[in-house]
Design a protein around this ligand. Structure first.
Ligand SMILES: [Zn+2]
Length: 336
């Protein structure tokens, strides 16, 4: 199964399986690190291995025993999944894991295993346990028991109380070395791996997602339109209307923010003959400020604010910053 995994996923899983083989796999394991690196798939594979009844001494679940088949069909009595649930009062998905879920988990763990083997619970996203739920989980962690495994998956582990983190073994996911990420992306196919990886600042999971969604063309378009607004050849209002006409608006703003940061980065390495040091510093500060503004505007899109107006305001700032960098006075708003 691990051949379908990326090299960094395979390393993480192999590490856990080695620990299991040596009898050193902890009662609680926290799979932590950036989103989109495949932590959950590794946790799932580990759960499969723990619940396989024919895997003694083997690295992988057999896929054929009763345990494997029940887990695959979602009906294994010794497996529990804890995740965000719909609030029955509002019919909306909760944004946190609540204490009731963890209490039920504790009660379930207190029962004996139906198959006489391991009991496995997976909590994802573990960093969205609320305070009461985290405190309840701590009780479970304080009473470890053989053959009970708790797998926690979280991309923002700092949100978990230190008391929980300290009771977990960590499997840390990090961005892989550039060459490894590039080779993996190239094997997947689907487009220009190098450009995608550069756009995603070395994050292969994000690059893969963008390749799959054809997002690089969108990024190139954002780059062109930013240049046009900056040069005063396109209207901020019209570009804002285009950027917010579909559900890609947040991704466009993400790309725009990244492109501003990229330009700021180029300035720090700028050749002294290109511009005076002072101008470069001012331009750098403006680009950094605009990066923040673009990200704030992206957050605003989730609220009820008029998206086109918010983005038009942002693009006016961009135009003024570019005009300032050329030594021109900012143009009056509303003229374009
Ligand atoms: Zn099996």
């Amino acid at each position: 199964m691990s051949e379908a995994f990326s090299p960094w996923q395979a390393r993480a899983l192999d590490g856990a399986l080695d620990a299991l083989a040596r009898g050193r796999l902890g009662h609680a394991t926290l799979l932590r690190g950036p989103e989109r690196l495949g932590k959950r798939a590794v946790a799932d594979a580990l759960a499969r291995r723990l619940l396989c009844t024919q895997a003694e001494g083997a690295q992988q679940a057999c896929g054929a025993c009763r345990g494997c088949r029940l887990l695959a069909s979602g009906t294994h009595p010794d497996f529990r999944m804890v995740t965000l649930e719909v609030n029955p009062n509002t019919d909306k998905l909760r944004t946190e894991i609540v204490i009731e879920q963890i209490r039920q988990l504790g009660e379930w763990f207190a029962l004996t295993s139906q198959f006489g083997g391991a009991q496995v619970a997976l909590i994802d996203p573990a960093d969205q346990l609320n305070v009461a739920a985290a405190n309840a989980l701590l009780k479970t962690l304080e009473e470890p028991s053989q053959d009970r495994y708790l797998l926690l998956v979280g991309s923002r582990p700092a949100r978990l109380p230190a008391t929980i983190r300290s009771r977990c073994q960590s499997i840390e996911f990090r961005l892989p070395p550039h060459a490894e990420a590039l080779a993996w992306l190239a094997r997947r196919g689907g487009g220009d791996a190098g450009t995608a990886l550069e756009a995603a600042r070395g994050h292969p999971g994000l690059a893969a997602e963008w390749l799959d969604a054809g997002a690089l063309a969108l990024r190139a378009q954002v780059r062109d339109e930013l240049a046009e607004v900056g040069a005063g050849t396109a209207s901020a209002v019209e570009v804002a209307a285009r950027w917010t006409a579909d559900e890609q608006a947040p991704l466009r703003l993400r790309f725009a923010a990244d492109l501003a940061l990229e330009r700021a980065g180029e300035l720090t390495g700028a050749q002294p003959q290109a511009r005076s040091g002072l101008t470069a510093v001012t331009a750098f500060q403006k680009l950094s400020a605009w990066f923040d503004a673009a990200n704030r505007t992206r957050d605003l899109l989730r609220t009820t604010v008029r998206a086109d107006l918010a983005v038009a305001g942002l693009l006016h700032q961009w135009r003024d910053a570019c005009a300032g960098a050329r030594g021109e006075a900012p143009t009056r708003r509303g003229t374009r």
